[in-house]
Design a protein around this ligand. Structure first.
Ligand code: NAD
Ligand code: DAU
Length: 351
């Protein structure tokens, strides 16, 4: 029975991953360590909270004492590090916490794992640390080309720079100590339980509340969209079969401009929910500082080595996602009535 330490499991991708894994395997144990920042929400895990193979521990990945204790008290086989400050706009306003959690938190986890996994002649068998990274570490593309694992790192925002720094520390633990690690770099995820500060849930939320739909710059920046369950499946494959020390890019060639995403959501909601939702809600606002123009993943390596393929097309995935938000209105209402409103007002008042 393998024991997974999943960090940031109360966030968007982490909670989807825990649910995916507990549905797929009944012979694994998952310990979810999460600080429960504004982005952490235990509601996401309601369907598994009574599962005997699941345990939640509230802790900060930067806290040496709590993390060491977790490794000493549990025979952890795999670490999957999702915990991070994840929003680019917040990183532009407050970079420090991104360095703290994303860089120092990662090093704290690496150290704690190394301390219990390392033996006199290497590392115990069957252990692995997986760092969940991002395609943003590669920087920005022009109109052509794709990010490959061999593409040089060239991050621009405080967020992507902190993620790239963390990747370099993971690489250092492999290069220096031969610690068993993998790094995955995926494109923009979408699906259930995504916090509404991010483009897709923000637009759904604002449409349903008849608010302005803020589109940065000319709306022609491109992101490569990945349905969150396809991402979870890829991580499972990398943990089980990824070659040690390797980086795997994850993406399914689903590039869309931001304005296309916004108009797709408006069309679906207008046709299926409320025909007063209209493109007139769109407001082109001041651009994000240092806004990366285009991301696009080349997933050849993970396809050829591990046989991963995304199962969900963008058209199917966006409909499932919108439907999920419609069916889980209370989840969004709870967020809307909390601290998020202050963030939203401050963030968008000058736009
Ligand atoms: P999220 O913001 O929804 O969730 C982050 C989680 O980490 C939250 O539950 C939060 O409480 C927790 N957390 C934050 N700081 C912590 C700390 N110091 N200690 C413990 N827990 C802490 O993020 P997400 O979108 O689910 O992203 C998860 C990971 O995937 C991140 O590492 C992110 O960089 C990466 N990633 C995300 C995307 C995407 O499109 N969302 C794409 C590529 C990579
Ligand atoms: O590429 C992977 C990354 O994707 C992850 O590493 C990050 O954690 C995740 O947040 C995401 O970053 P982006 O900056 O691409 O996602 P976001 O949803 O913030 O923005 C998507 C695009 O939409 C981007 O070009 C900015 C634009 N945008 C965003 C918001 C919030 C708008 O036009 N209006 C908005 O209000």
């Amino acid at each position: 029975m393998k024991t997974y330490l999943v960090t940031g499991g109360a966030g968007f991708i982490g909670s989807n991953f825990i649910i995916y894994m507990l549905n797929k395997y009944d012979d694994i144990k998952i310990i979810n360590v999460d600080k429960l920042t504004y982005a952490g929400n235990l509601e996401n895990l309601r369907s598994v909270q009574n599962n005997l193979n699941y345990k939640f521990v509230q802790a900060d990945i930067c806290d040496k004492e709590s993390i060491t204790k977790l490794f000493e008290e549990n025979d952890i086989d795999y670490v999957v590090n999702f915990a991070a400050e994840s929003h680019v706009d917040r990183s532009i306003r407050e970079p420090e916490v991104f360095v703290k959690t994303n860089v120092l938190g990662t090093v704290n986890l690496l150290n704690a794992a190394k301390n219990v996994w390392e033996t006199e002649d290497g590392f115990k068998e069957g252990k692995k640390y997986l760092q969940v990274s991002t395609d943003e570490v590669y920087g920005s593309l022009g109109e052509t080309g794709y990010f490959m694992e061999t593409t040089s790192i060239d991050p621009h925002s405080p967020y992507s720079s902190s993620k790239a720094s963390a990747d370099l520390m993971v690489k250092a633990y492999y290069d220096t100590y031969k610690m068993p690690v993998n790094i995955t770099r995926c494109s923009n995820n979408y699906g259930s339980y995504q916090f509404p500060e991010k483009l897709i849930p923000l637009i759904i939320n604002n449409c349903l509340n008849k608010k302005v739909l803020p589109v940065y710059g000319d709306g022609l920046n491109v992101r490569d969209w990945l349905y969150v369950e396809d991402h979870c499946k890829a991580i499972d494959m990398v943990i089980n079969n990824g070659r040690l020390g390797e980086v795997y890019n994850i993406g399914g060639h689903n590039e869309r401009t931001n304005i296309h995403i916004v108009k797709t959501i408006i069309k679906y909601l207008s046709e299926n929910v409320d025909n007063t939702i209209k493109e007139e809600f769109i407001k082109y606002v001041e651009d994000r500082k240092g806004h990366d123009r285009r991301y696009g993943i080349d997933p050849t390596k993970i396809k050829e080595e591990l046989g991963w393929e995304p199962e969900t097309t963008f058209e199917a995935g966006i409909e499932k996602t919108i439907q999920w938000y419609l069916e889980n209105k209370e989840w969004m209402d709870n967020i809307n009535s909390g601290e998020y409103q202050n963030y939203y007002n401050k963030m968008y008042q000058t736009k």
